[in-house]
Design a binder for this molecule. Structure first.
Ligand SMILES: Nc1ncnc2c1ncn2[C@@H]1O[C@H](COP(=O)(O)OP(=O)(O)OP(=O)(O)O)[C@@H](O)[C@H]1O
Ligand SMILES: [Mg+2]
Length: 272
């Protein structure tokens, strides 16, 4: 079976693993990074498959996956842990990063540029040859268990940019660029994930191609594979094709009336 062939019969699910269709060499690259303890940065627009990819890889590698959504008031203690006060004293509670380090899990920090610099800095000793996590509050210095891997995600084009990460942070990661897959592949993904028929899946992808050309022509944000799957899901459940596109693609993208009209025209031209 070739690199780009889907695994037959694999659907998203705990037993068979989260289904992921590679768009390039990302599976082999990730496996090598995992084997050599290299941290990975997944770059790509919203809804292009970053989370699904890391879920799939964790399953494939047989590692637990611990995901932490990052935001601007995420403190280092939210990652590492804290003392909790109880009736009979205080107990230490590991944060998600510490748990991952102990268990040899894959720790996925989603949207890492949103996190404060002083929070991100705790990753440094984990992402070089030391592979250690110093826990100041307990005095412990943990050596990362085999299998521990740090993965971060980054959406280019948001308010916060890659340059907002310190070079000393950025240069600790192997970066993998994920983007929307080529049309035939995106249609297969939409079909697989939504259960819509092939003709409608092709229609959704060609609609997306047209809308994506409007980027920088007044449309700030283009439709992701995720939006196409949502539209396909509505179609597969019996909602008329155009109505499904208005609800799942047009409305989420814009509320500016001339843009909405233009997008609806594209829908009508695609699903005549
Ligand atoms: N290559 C792919 N193989 C299988 N499914 C995919 C693929 N790409 C996208 N998908 C589908 O698209 C959906 C959205 O992808 P996902 O949630 O992984 O995006 P993301 O890049 O993590 O987005 P965000 O930046 O918003 O978190 C997935 O739930 C999955 O159904
Ligand atoms: Mg995600």
């Amino acid at each position: 079976m070739g690199m780009n062939e889907p695994v037959p019969g694999l659907a998203a699910g705990a037993v068979e693993g989260p289904w992921y269709h590679p768009t390039g060499n990302e599976v082999a690259l990730f496996e090598q990074c995992h084997a050599r303890g290299l941290a990975v940065m997944l770059k790509g627009p919203t809804g292009c498959g970053k989370t699904r990819f890391v879920e799939h890889m964790a399953w494939k590698l047989g590692r637990p996956l611990i995901t932490v959504p990052c935001h601007d008031d995420l403190a280092a203690s939210d990652l590492i842990g804290r003392f909790l006060i109880q009736h009979d004293g205080t107990v230490w509670q590991d944060g998600p990063l510490t748990r991952a380090v102990r268990e040899g899990a894959i720790c996925y920090l989603d949207e890492v540029v949103e996190a404060r610099q002083d929070t991100v800095v705790v990753l440094h000793a984990l992402t070089d040859h030391r592979r250690i996590l110093p826990i100041d509050k307990t005095g412990e210095v943990l050596q990362a268990a085999p299998g521990f891997q740090l993965v971060i995600s980054y959406n280019p084009g948001y308010q916060r940019m890659l340059k907002d990460l310190k070079p000393s942070t950025r240069q600790r990661f192997v970066a993998m660029d994920l983007d929307f897959p080529p049309p035939e592949l995106e249609a297969r993904i939409v079909q697989h994930e939504s259960g819509v028929d092939q003709a409608a899946a092709n229609g959704l992808v060609s609609l997306a191609e047209r809308i994506r050309q409007l980027r920088d022509r007044g449309l700030a944000e283009v439709p992701s594979t995720r939006l196409l799957i949502a539209a396909g899901t509505l179609m597969a459940s019996g909602i008329p094709l155009r109505e499904a596109c208005y609800a799942a693609i047009v409305s989420p993208l814009s509320d500016e009336s001339s843009m909405v009209d233009a997008l609806r025209d594209l829908v009508d031209a695609t699903f005549v």
